[in-house]
Design a protein around this ligand. Structure first.
Ligand SMILES: Nc1ncnc2c1ncn2[C@@H]1O[C@H](COP(=O)(O)OP(=O)(O)O)[C@@H](O)[C@H]1O
Ligand SMILES: [Mg+2]
Length: 115
């Protein structure tokens, strides 16, 4: 269902290079539940962001539902995230001016308009 191969993520600034994920390979089957545990700063969020197609790895490939998403354009990624993935953020990124239901409805509206 989800297959990561040799995923590496390096964050670069002018002065610092941080290796946040160092060569992770992982197969997650349909219906399988998985927890990722580790101390703060070990790369959990980075890995989740990559699996959720919110960030790109520096190296390695990702397949989700049989599709190699590594080569997808931003537009195709957005459609794929909207239709195939659910992601609960650590900070929720809800729109304050909207009611709860409207917050749920908004991505569904985008979904039908992109179909
Ligand atoms: N946007 C970023 N720019 C630079 N370094 C980052 C960024 N995000 C995370 N890091 C660094 O990458 C490492 C892993 O961070 P993170 O994935 O947030 O870990 P966790 O979620 O396990 O606490 C840490 O050293 C962190 O400081
Ligand atoms: Mg985190």
């Amino acid at each position: 269902m989800i297959r990561l191969q040799n995923i590496e993520k390096v964050y670069r600034t002018d002065t610092v290079e941080t290796l946040a994920v160092n060569g992770i390979s992982l197969d997650i089957a349909k219906g399988e539940f998985l927890s990722i545990m580790g101390p703060s700063g070990c790369g959990k969020s980075t890995l989740l962001n990559i699996m959720g197609l919110l960030d790109e790895p520096s190296k390695g490939s990702i397949r989700i539902a049989g599709q190699d998403v590594s080569s997808f354009s931003d537009q195709r990624l957005a459609k794929f995230r909207n239709e195939q993935l659910g992601f609960i953020f650590q900070s929720y990124h809800l729109i304050n001016d909207l009611q709860v239901l409207d917050n749920v409805e908004l991505p569904l509206l985008y979904r039908s308009s992109s179909a």
